[in-house]
Ligand binder design. Structure first.
Ligand code: GCU
Length: 684
């Protein structure tokens, strides 16, 4: 992935001094030692004699060294920090990078900062040693940067080992037991730390019987994972079932207002912290898609979340309580029930009632990780609650890691979105919060026991991008992709790095928009094969109770979510967007069918009609995938043959699948509307 040995060449060929103590300093030392052993450099740990070095990685509070050159470098670093201004503390995870004459200096206040500083130096490669490089101070914008694994411990009869997993089995579990490959977990922690991730939940939000036991009888399994990930600064969290007091504790109720229930959570949680002192906290999916929750006892989500929060608070833990709650028993005749409205309707009345260590975790869109959705209005409607934005790195609806679909640009759009209107605060600001009070960024992981970690080797870029955006949501996704490419595909005897980089950008940059072109049009969403969600199923959900309807008939298509005549969802936004989305005239083209039911001949802002837009984008999308495949073929011989083959094979599938999407969507809408393609192309 993004830490091949070559990524450490520039560092490993130098003389490096590490100064400080602590578990994560040892990790830094270990990384540097391995790099130097490979590339001929040298490493010293807080030496008490004079050494001449190229790089100093030091904790600020680590005491003086009897070494004038090193002390001069450290002093220069301190001076640079003062010069940068903006406070002189680096925080728990921040670091300073500066040049002091011939020496590159990394300073941190805490061991985790030194580790992130090290990976920054690795990422910069030769640029870290550029004498003209001005000093930089880095601190993560978000305190918690978390991955949720939807891994089952026991194989689920329908969902398998990993729910919505497209990269083989689980890294952690196999057939009901820990997988036992601790070296692999360690490698994983290393990759995640190098991208910026610092928290991970290790089991599915849908908690089955076996998984429930992780909280009690099988806590040892979690402790073992925590031990392996700790040296990389990653805290472990656990998905728990709200019914735990009943299913594990033998109580007759899980009512959050019941004293025995509260005592059970408190005692159970105390036990967790005795075993895992830096345990992160709980992740909960309650009263959603069949999971138990407080509704059973006539309580609400705040009551439910607070009882867990109360148990975690003395130990510094948090509850990530998911806002993905909706009624999945819908009737198509009932036009007022709208899945998009649900999270807002359930949660916004509770604003201000959650304890300080509850984070309400909100999917970025109001429906379900679609290729295109508006940003969830919940994110603008709970000012007195800590909110986390949940993304989906695993490509459930975006090609399942068989299709190239680079999601960085999409997430960038979401994070830059200004829900209160132009010039206002952004979604990134909401996740950050005031004075770091926000809930952070969370994503569903796309990794597994696959040789390339993510099934599709190019899907690694999504994971890397998530970590970097979680560190700083204002980063430019294109620049992040540059980093990923240069780390993952270092120069080699057979590769022209400039050509490889350009080609990968050409393939990846616009791939999310390409995917959008050949799948569900104009924001209407779904149209996927039910159940597995792969490939076209235009009417797949149109006749089920899950209610993700597009309402296509002979006259038109789309969901009326306006306040005036539809479900009223548009009115959940602050005034600026409520107004923009309310009318088909002002609604952006890409979301038109999400908000409105319009005739096929409705003219878009682009000048095209809806029906012609559907035809054109579907033909174009497939052509773009064919170009992607040709571009990839030009890299044959330049990159690792195993990677080349894996991607080539998946691109063949992408061409096949995109063609199927095109033909099904075009034929469907041609048959419904009776309007021919104005360019006379083949529609089956
Ligand atoms: C989607 C997905 C489910 C998952 C759910 C969730 O609906 O298909 O597999 O459980 O999201 O986010 O909880």
């Amino acid at each position: 992935a993004w830490l091949p040995p070559e990524a450490f060449r520039a560092l490993g060929a130098r003389r490096v001094l590490v100064h400080g103590q602590g578990m994560l300093v040892d990790t830094v030392l270990d990384e540097v030692s391995r790099a130097c052993a490979r590339y001929g450099g040298r490493v010293w740990h807080s030496p008490s004699w004079d050494v001449d070095v190229d790089v100093v990685l030091a904790l600020r509070g680590a005491g003086e060294l009897p070494n004038p050159a090193v002390e001069a470098a450290r002093a220069a670093g301190e001076a640079a920090l003062v010069e940068i201004g903006d406070g002189e503390t680096l925080g728990d995870e921040g670091f300073l990078l500066a040049r002091a004459g011939e020496v590159t200096v990394v300073l941190a206040d805490a061991p985790a900062g030194l580790l992130y500083g090290l990976f920054h130096v690795v990422r910069l490669c030769a640029a870290a040693y550029d004498p003209a490089r001005p000093p930089e101070r880095h601190r993560p914008a978000l305190r918690r940067r978390m991955l949720n694994h939807w891994d089952n411990v026991a194989v689920h009869p329908v969902m398998g080992q990993v729910e919505r997993g497209y990269a083989g089995g689980s890294i952690f579990w196999r057939d009901g037991r820990p997988r036992g490959d601790l070296a692999r977990i360690r490698e994983y922690g290393r990759l995640l730390a190098a991208s910026g991730v610092n928290a991970i939940s290790v089991n599915n939000v849908n908690v089955g019987r076996t998984e429930a036991l992780l909280l009690t009888d099988r806590l040892g399994d979690i402790a073992e994972i925590a031990d392996v990930l700790r040296p990389y600064g990653i805290r472990v969290h656990l998905s728990v079932t709200f019914a735990a007091p009943v299913v594990l504790g033998g109580l007759s109720t899980a009512d959050p207002m019941d004293e025995a229930v509260r005592a059970w959570w408190a005692a159970t949680t105390r036990n967790v912290y005795e075993r895992i002192p830096d345990f992160g906290g709980y992740v909960v999916k309650a009263d959603s898609e069949g999971q138990p929750g407080p509704f059973t006892y006539g309580r609400d989500h705040a009551d439910g979340a607070n009882v867990l929060a109360e148990a975690l608070a003395p130990h510094g833990g948090v509850v990530h309580w998911r806002a993905f709650v909706y009624n999945h028993h819908q009737d198509w005749r009932d036009r007022s029930t709208d899945r998009a409205r649900a999270a807002y309707d359930h949660f916004t009345p509770l604003d201000g009632r959650f304890r300080a260590n509850v984070v309400v975790q909100v999917k970025f869109g109001p429906v379900d990780f679609q290729t295109r959705e508006p940003v969830s209005p919940v994110l603008a409607a709970m000012p007195a609650t800590r909110l986390a934005v949940e993304l989906q790195v695993t490509q459930e609806y975006t090609g399942q890691q068989r299709h190239v679909c680079h999601l960085g640009p999409w997430w960038g759009e979401v994070l830059r979105f200004e829900p209160w209107g132009p010039g206002g605060r952004t979604i990134a600001d909401v996740a950050t919060g005031v004075a770091e009070s926000g809930g952070g960024l969370v994503a569903v992981a796309n990794t597994g026991d696959d040789l390339f970690w993510t099934g599709h080797p190019l899907a690694q870029a999504n994971l890397y991008t998530f970590g970097r955006l979680a560190w700083d949501p204002r980063l430019d996704p294109t620049a992040i992709l540059d980093e990923w490419i240069s780390l993952t595909f270092p120069p080699s005897a057979t590769a022209d790095p400039e050509l490889v980089g350009r080609t990968l950008h050409e393939i990846l940059d616009d791939s999310w928009r390409t995917y959008e072109r050949y799948t569900a049009p104009l924001g209407v969403g779904f149209m996927v094969h039910p159940g597995d969600h792969y490939g076209p199923g235009i009417d797949g959900y149109e006749y089920t109770r899950w209610g993700t309807y597009h309402f296509a008939d002979r006259d038109g298509v789309g969901v009326d979510r306006s306040r005036a005549s539809g479900t009223g969802f548009a009115a959940q936004y602050p005034p600026y967007w409520a107004q923009v989305y309310e009318s088909p005239e002002s609604c952006p083209d890409e979301l038109l069918l999400f908000f409105h039911h319009v005739p096929y001949e409705h003219v878009l802002h682009s000048g095209s009609t809806v029906i012609q837009h559907i035809y054109d984008t579907h033909f174009t999308g497939v052509e773009e995938v064919a170009v992607m495949r040709r571009r990839w073929q030009t890299l044959n011989g330049m990159i690792d043959p195993a990677v080349y083959e894996r991607v080539a094979e998946r691109l063949d599938e992408q061409v096949r699948s995109a063609t199927e999407w095109r033909d099904q969507v075009n034929a469907y809408f041609f048959r419904k509307s009776g309007v021919p393609d104005e360019r006379g192309r083949t529609i089956y």
